[in-house]
Structures are given as C-alpha cells and as structure tokens.
Design a protein around this ligand. Structure first.
Ligand SMILES: [Zn+2]
Length: 268
C-alpha cells in the first residue's frame, strides 16, 4: 500500500510538475505573443509617423513651394528686370530752349503796327503755348528771354527763337525759318529747319517766305551764344500786316505748328 501510494504520489507530483511546466510554457507563449504584438504595433506606429510628416505637411509644403514660388518668381523676375533697363534711359528727358523774341527787361517791342500791335506780345503768347505743350509731352523746356543769361554756352537737344515779321510790308505774307550761316552741325540744323518748314506750313496753311531771309537772321545773336553743338533755329511766324488775323487770333494753331516741327526733328 505504501509503495502504491508512493507511486500515486510520484505520478501526482509528475502531473503537478507537468501542469506547472505547461502553465509556464503558456505564460511564455503569451508573453512572446504580447511582445510580438507590441513590436508589430510599434513598427506600424513608427511607419505611420515616418509617412505622416511627409503626407500631412508634405501636401501643403509642395503646393506652397512648388506652385506659387516657381510660377511667381519667373513671371515676377522678367517683368521687373525689363522694367529696370527701360527706366534707366527715360530719366533723362530731352531738353529744349524756347526763346520768346524780344522778351525781357529791355522792353523791346520788336515790330510794332501803327495801331500799337506789338510783335513781343504775339511771340510770348505763342512761346508760352509751345513750352506748355512740350512740357506736357515730357520734355524739359526752358522759356528764355531775348538776352537771357542762360544763353551763353546753352546746351539742349534743340533751340528755337520765336519771332513775327514786320507790319510795314502790307503785301507780304508767309513765314520763314533760318539757322546760323556757319554751322558746326549743318546737316542736323538743316533737318531742324526743314521739319519746321514742313510742319508749321502744313498746320497753319501759311506760305513759305524764305526769299526774305536777311543776313541778320543767319547771324542772329543767340546763334553765336549757344553751344555750337545745340541745334538752333529762328522762326518768323508771319507778317504782322497781312497775317495779322492768324497771329493775333490763332496762337494755338501757330504753337501747334511749331511743336509739330520740333517733334518732327526730335522724334523722327
Ligand atoms: Zn523779332
């Protein structure tokens, strides 16, 4: 009986041991499972984290860096760069000198009609309109007096002295333009003279009266004072006698003709 009980006890002990081992194995298996699950979960989380900064911030980042920056920088670049070079030549506008014949402190009336009509007043009315029209077009214009201090060595893209002709030749009608006799730039000054003949004649309808040009006109004092490289001319807009109506009543038309002549020279 005691041996039997010993055997039973031993089998009982073996069963218990097996049970414990089985329990331990199951615990180890469970632990392994938990560890693997945790490892897989960690791996998945890590993979998502790696993806998420690329996809979450990546979507706005490429759209902001790719679409506005590349499309704007090339379009903004070329539109600004050509604006730069085109601006640099424009800051220097062309300069013009307009001398209003006989004006100034000398109180020289120029030609005078028996009824008191004075050349100096007609010259000034036209000169002021010419200056205003040229300034409107962006030119830098000096309105000069007959013996202006600025005339000495005066430099400009063009110089024009504006006068009107005598009153005591009732049959004479028309206008004339002249330059200095001994010009340093004859070809250029001839273009200025020809432009004034062409445009002033076309706009005012007045005939050319160039056969009455006197040596005084070619040797005009201002021609000898301004810089020899300044293209200079003198215009006699018409006769106070026969052309009185247009000289007194249409200064706008006379100014328009002179401006057109100067622009023909300056812009063509
Ligand atoms: Zn005069």
């Amino acid at each position: 009986m005691s041996q039997m009980s010993k055997v039973r006890r031993s089998t009982k002990g073996q069963r218990l041991r097996r049970k414990r081992i089985g329990c331990l194995v199951r615990q180890v298996q469970l632990l392994l499972l938990v560890v693997t699950v945790a490892a897989v979960a960690l791996a998945v989380f890590a993979a998502r984290r790696r993806e998420s900064p690329g996809s979450a911030t990546g979507t706005p980042v490429p759209t902001t860096t790719q679409s506005p920056t590349p499309t704007r920088s090339p379009t903004a670049g070329p539109t600004i760069t050509p604006g730069g070079p085109t601006l640099s030549p424009t800051p220097k506008p062309k300069r013009l000198g307009i001398l209003s014949g006989h004006s100034g402190p000398e109180n020289d009336p120029g030609a005078v009609c028996p009824d008191g009509l004075r050349e100096v007043d007609i010259n000034l009315a036209v000169s002021q309109r010419v200056v205003a029209a040229l300034r409107d077009r962006g030119y830098e214009v000096d309105l000069l007096e007959e013996y202006d201090d600025r005339l000495s060595g005066y430099r400009a893209d063009a110089f024009l002295s504006i006068h009107a002709d005598a009153c005591d030749v009732p049959e004479a009608s028309g206008f004339k333009v002249a330059r200095v006799s001994f010009s340093a730039i004859p070809e250029i000054e001839d273009v200025l003279v020809e432009c004034l003949y062409q445009e002033y004649g076309r706009i005012t309808g007045l005939p050319r009266h160039d056969y009455s040009i006197t040596p005084d006109m070619h040797g005009y004092h201002a021609f000898l004072e301004v810089d020899p490289q300044t293209p200079a001319a003198i215009i006699e807009m018409g006769f106070l006698g026969a052309d009185r109506d247009i000289l007194v009543n249409r200064p706008d038309v006379l100014a328009e003709g002179i401006v057109a002549g100067l622009l023909c020279f300056l812009e063509d």
